[in-house]
Design a protein around this ligand. Structure first.
Ligand SMILES: Nc1nc2c(ncn2[C@@H]2O[C@H](COP(=O)(O)OP(=O)(O)O)[C@@H](O)[C@H]2O)c(=O)[nH]1
Ligand SMILES: [Mg+2]
Length: 330
């Protein structure tokens, strides 16, 4: 099974990149094979997470940022992990028109990912898409996610710079605080300033940030005000992102973030194996029989759990040998 996707991607081939991302989403053997070729050539791109509630203006801001970075002649990748994202076509006309300008630009690569299966799978696919764009030579990769649950926290942990988009709509910042996202943000955006109430939200945010103990050498998050639909504040936001990058480069922060990202991906992959295993043993009647023997008092939960983990070990070594067989067959 020789597809050569990885070598095409390394030359910047967009259709090969689109194809490999689909393979990653479907978790195919081609994805495993091609990713193992691509992976050693990745790790150069700068990753910016853009998170916030649905409708906060993430896609509009992302569009604006694409424009800014393109003017600086940077190669840009975008991963939208938002089923309602403007990039998926559910957008108002203005967004589509803006996207069309960028989609004609061969140095911009945009991909939307839809939720399928468990959320961890989505984080894994998003990181996979990031690797593909990195391999294509994209220098900056913007990852848009809805900030309301667990995957988003994971994805924001995986970014080099995390931008949290808020609006002066009551309750928004409380939701974020509950989700633990406020702590992970490096740059705060208050968007829709034209709607009024931005000063109050800014005061709340500043108060919240001042209550957080600031460790020496730690990045002090800043607040940027934008009106994304009117393109206002784009430059300030982009400059703040680049300033944070500078800060990380000059400390050991960048390496720390990269390690965090590698760890996240590794854990998601292990978790994926475990989920598949649990799903599989729950199919047939293996688990049912085990539960029956437990109910009859013929065994105890510790012994039964040990039996299951022994089976997991056998299944994993089978998986590894079938991977090897696949590689030989290709
Ligand atoms: N009034 C106002 N509306 C905005 C602003 N920025 C974005 N919007 C609108 O808010 C809606 C949601 O924007 P979108 O970028 O799709 O948000 P996302 O769901 O966070 O990606 C769209 O109708 C945008 O045109 C802004 O600064 N002011
Ligand atoms: Mg969106």
């Amino acid at each position: 099974m020789k597809t050569g996707l990885a070598s095409k991607i390394l030359k910047g081939d967009a259709s090969a990149a689109a194809r490999l991302i689909s393979e990653i989403e479907d978790e195919t053997a081609v994805a495993l094979e091609e990713m193992s070729r691509l992976y050693p050539h990745t790790g150069r791109a700068y990753i910016v997470g853009i998170t916030g509630s649905p409708g906060a203006g993430k896609s509009t801001l992302t569009n604006n940022l694409i424009g800014f970075f393109r003017e600086k002649k940077m190669m840009v990748g975008v991963v939208a992990v938002d089923p309602t994202s403007a990039f998926t076509g559910g957008a108002i006309l203005g967004d589509r028109v803006r996207m069309q300008t960028h989609s004609a630009d061969k140095d911009v690569f945009i991909r939307s990912l839809a939720t399928r299966g468990w959320v961890g799978g989505l984080a894994k696919a998003a990181l996979g898409a990031v690797h593909v764009m990195d391999g294509m030579g994209k220098e900056i990769i913007l990852v848009e996610t809805v900030g309301s649950g667990q995957i988003e926290i994971d994805i924001t942990r995986a970014a080099d710079t995390t931008v949290l988009v808020l609006t002066p709509i009551a309750g928004d910042e409380i939701q974020m605080m509950k989700a633990g996202i406020l702590e992970t943000a490096d740059v705060f955006v208050i968007n829709k300033v034209d709607k009024g109430g931005a000063d109050l939200l800014r005061a709340h945010l500043e108060l919240m940030l001042s209550m957080k103990p600031q460790l020496p050498g730690e990045w002090p998050p800043d607040i940027v005000l934008t009106e994304a639909i009117y393109g206002k504040g784009t430059e300030e936001l982009a400059v703040e992102i680049l300033r944070h990058r500078e800060f990380l480069v000059n400390s050991d922060g960048l390496e720390q973030r990269q390690r965090e990202r590698i760890k996240l991906e590794l854990m998601e992959t292990v978790e994926g194996y475990l989920k598949d295993f649990i799903h599989e043993i729950d199919q047939g009647d293996y688990l049912k029989k085990l539960v029956a023997t437990l109910a009859q008092g013929k065994t105890n939960p510790q012994s039964a759990a040990r039996e299951i983990t022994a089976r997991l070990g056998r299944d994993l070594s089978r998986l590894q040998s079938s991977d090897r067989a696949n590689r030989k067959a290709s």
